[in-house]
Write a protein that binds this ligand. Structure first.
Ligand code: MG
Length: 176
């Protein structure tokens, strides 16, 4: 049972949080794409698109804020048109869905979990890329990195994992 709000109670902001997670394995190559930035590395990430694990996790987080499914629903790996595509397309698509549903992206946060390459020298470029793709201030875009303390598949440098969170305010705010 839901109590009706007292008269004059301001509507609660309709702020929703979404999370996303992704993993890609290493394979032959000379750079990895992470959060839209190409980083020289002795291996590449393998995937149907450019395998940008950070952008994939954030795309899922954004889609989650409006119940719009996941990245595989919108860009099926079985569809050849997405082969080798820049994952920035996926993130921009998700941001457009959010905006079309009346959402304002408040912030985006990506954690990259990798033994290598070093993320710190590229972190600011990644934040600026996210800000451009999402159309929000760079202060609202966060990229963090950690190793996996050499544990598990990430620790054995078999691939890179990413976790992302997004917060979106929707204009359809209802009273609680
Ligand atoms: Mg992926």
């Amino acid at each position: 049972m839901t109590d009706a709000p007292a008269p004059g109670t301001p509507a609660l902001p309709d702020v929703r949080t979404g999370n996303g997670y992704d993993v890609h394995r290493f394979g032959p190559g000379d750079h990895v794409m992470l959060c839209g930035v190409a980083i020289p590395h002795e291996q590449a990430l393998v995937g149907h698109s450019d395998a940008d694990v950070g952008l994939h996790a954030l795309t899922d987080a954004l889609l989650a804020t409006c119940g719009a499914g996941d990245i595989g629903d919108h860009f099926p790996p079985s569809d050849p048109q997405w082969r080798g595509q820049a994952s920035s397309l996926f993130l921009e698509h998700a941001a457009r869905i959010v905006r079309d549903m009346g959402g304002t992206i408040l912030n985006a946060d990506v954690s990259l979990i990798a033994e290598a390459p070093k993320i710190a020298p590229h972190r600011q470029a990644m934040r600026e890329k996210l800000a451009r793709l999402l159309g929000i201030d760079v202060e609202r875009c966060s990229v963090k990195a950690t190793t996996n303390e050499k544990l598990g598949f990430v620790g054995r440098a078999e691939g890179i994992a990413a976790i992302a969170t997004a917060n979106v305010r929707f204009e359809s705010g209802e009273t609680a």
